[in-house]
Design a protein around this ligand. Structure first.
Ligand code: GTP
Ligand code: MG
Length: 197
């Protein structure tokens, strides 16, 4: 699977200024530095479509990209970055929650989880919010190249067990590496399926 045409459309702090459209939309979110922007570049075979950085907090806006003129992909700023002020965090929370709750064409929220870590408080809290709002959800475990497959599988099992403490079922999930370009077929296949459903 390949995205032939990936086009940056607009960046916003206000979801109301997002493109007016009936096309399906998929959002990518997760802790700062988890690899959202890198994943988007990997999915689109582009090096710098979404801006990446080794410093957390690179993405600050709601970024809309149009894929093959058929669907929107959205790169969101990361949560759980301790070094920003409380006020900035509150603004972030409102910007993102307004977008997630009100964006009518949003088909699925992909929550990215660092495959190397035990369940993180910020992730658990964000997933609680997603669950409360009943938003459609899939998980992507990122940076799998940084450890053995075994270790990744173990961490996913721990995450699953933790999540099933409060969720009735574990959502669809994917394992990715932007470095090794893995997970792309599966994630694009999943999006394709939803687009033709
Ligand atoms: P914010 O926009 O700050 O919230 O971060 P982000 O989630 O968009 O992360 P970004 O894609 O900017 O990546 C953060 C850092 O992790 C960069 O240094 C990337 O090169 C690195 N990185 C991202 N994905 C991978 C991966 O799959 N493997 C490895 N080894 N490094 C990765
Ligand atoms: Mg980013």
């Amino acid at each position: 699977k390949r995205i032939k045409n990936a086009e940056f459309i607009i960046s916003n702090t206000d979801f109301r200024k997002s493109p007016k459209t009936d096309l399906a939309e998929y959002a990518f979110i997760g802790r700062s530095n988890v690899g959202k922007s890198s994943l988007i570049n990997m999915l689109t075979d582009r090096k710098n479509l979404a801006k990446t950085s080794s410093r957390p907090g690179k993405t600050q806006l709601i970024n809309h990209f149009l894929m093959d003129k058929k669907w929107y992909l959205v790169d969101l700023p990361g949560y759980g970055y301790a070094k920003v002020s409380k006020k900035t965090n509150e603004n972030w929370g409102k910007m993102i929650s307004d977008y997630l709750i009100n964006r009518e064409n949003l088909v699925c929220v992909f929550v990215l989880i660092d495959s190397r870590l035990p369940p993180q408080k910020a992730d658990v809290e964000f997933l609680d919010f997603v669950g409360k709002k009943g938003l459609p959800l899939a998980l992507i475990f990122t940076k799998a190249d940084k450890q053995s497959i075994n270790k990744t599988q173990k961490n996913i099992a721990v995450f699953k067990k933790h999540m099933l403490g409060s969720w009735e079922e574990f959502p669809p999930f994917f394992i990715s590496s932007a470095e090794k370009k893995s997970g792309k077929e599966e994630i694009l296949g999943f999006i394709d399926q939803m687009n033709s459903a």
